[in-house]
Ligand binder design. Sequence first.
Ligand code: ADP
Length: 524
Amino acid sequence: MKINFNLSLKLALIVLLVSATVISLLTYVNIQAQTSFFESAYSEKATALAQALDASISNREELENRYESQNRIYKFVYSNPDIKNLSINLPDPESGELKVFASNDLSSINDSAGQYNDLSYTNKSIVTIPAHSGNSHTLTVITPIHLGGQVVGTYEMTISMNSAYASLDIRVKNLIIISMVFLILLIISFLYLLRIFVIKPITIFRNAANIIGKGNLDTKIKIKSKDEIMELAGAFNKMTDDLKKSREEIENYSKTLEAQVNDRTIELEKSKEELFYLNKELEKKVLERTAEVQHLLKQKDDFIGQLGHDLKNPLTPLVGLLPLLRDKEKDPSIKEQLDVIISNVNYMKDLVVKILQLARLNSPSIKFDMGDLDISKEIGDIISSQQFFFKENNFLVENNIKEDIHVKADKMRVEELIKNLFTNAVKYTLDEKGTIVIDAEKKNGFVTISIKDTGIGMTPEEINRIFDEFYKADESRHEMDSSGLGLSICKRIVERHGGRIWAESNGKGKGSTFRFTLKLSEDK
Ligand code: ADP
């Protein structure tokens, strides 16, 4: 209802304003026209009276006889009740100034006639002066007095227009009342038309929109006015039809989607269940396998450790006694055979020592003597101590580590690790001479030490296996100083320090680089 009221009120106000303005203007124009009509009618009447008065005087004696003039004025005023004031003004014989000679207002006699009389007298013309104050409306007409073809004075006649204005007032009031009634009728009929042609269709549209808003798309608007509103209703109905179609399509699509989602959900649930059981099964199997592997690894470590101990004991006296026997022997062929035996025994002892070492490194009970270690100094010291070994093998060592780098490490184990890698670099360089380049790079709390050689290099398959126990890339080069355990020991040492070791090579004959990381010392 609010929208109706607002719209109607606004339009009614506009109509009211426009009509009021038009009616006011018309009333004003009407009053103005009537007023000027009154004034000219009264002016004509006054002029006619003055002329009648003028004609009633035939000579100067008559005019200048104050008694007769005064009498004439009284008669005139008596027979014309509209005349409020009538005076005859003549020039003063001495001063020539126009003065009141005779008048129904006796108090004004001999007063100056005033400027309007002077004007009429000198211009020989009629002067009309309307005056309005409160309810009093008068018209003063001044006409020249003619005698013998000459202007000898003026008549001043003031006529009351009150009766005319009173009737005008009544007419104006009637006009205003009629206008008001007309205005009210206009507004009522306007509102009525507005209601029929605008508000009613708008209400129909609004109600339909409300029903549609609630979801009922079967609503139709029926308007037969054969105008724009009917066209609008057509467009509205079409829109509703389109909406209905779209909604049906969406509903169908939603249903299909819902069904698909349901199917997928069921499938997923099934898969989830299957996966859950599969996972459980896998987990169980992994746990079983891990336990088995751990058990086997332990068995292997135990076996190797035990075997090492069992072998080391009988080897110790052999290693000590055999060189003595060889030195005492005079027969060179037996001496030669003893040399072979000694080298084999030494190899076996070395192998057993390494096996025991690896077994110890694999045992979690073995503790490392961790401390702050200047790795640059350590490498420098190892190079110095190995100087003879490098010279003998015609090897050049280039140490590029210039700054002090402190790591947290077991000095003995790190020394063993680096010596092992140096020995391998020399051992696996078949050329007359070789080079070892050492570098270090600090990153994320670790230092990576690299040892690069110019040796025989490795294939990717070999790189994958070199850290395996007992692995030797080239079995045919089965020398007495090769056990296949050196890199396994290196790996265990690095890993027990929390680091990583790996090898890189561009292939056979292209040299190898071994890299390992160690944790930087937090103290420095
Ligand atoms: P080994 O006692 O045989 O040297 P390692 O465990 O130290 O045992 O080395 C394993 C294998 O890795 C070696 O037999 C060799 O084939 C390969 N290898 C090790 N170091 C190098 C290297 N610097 N250059 C090329 N091959 C290497």
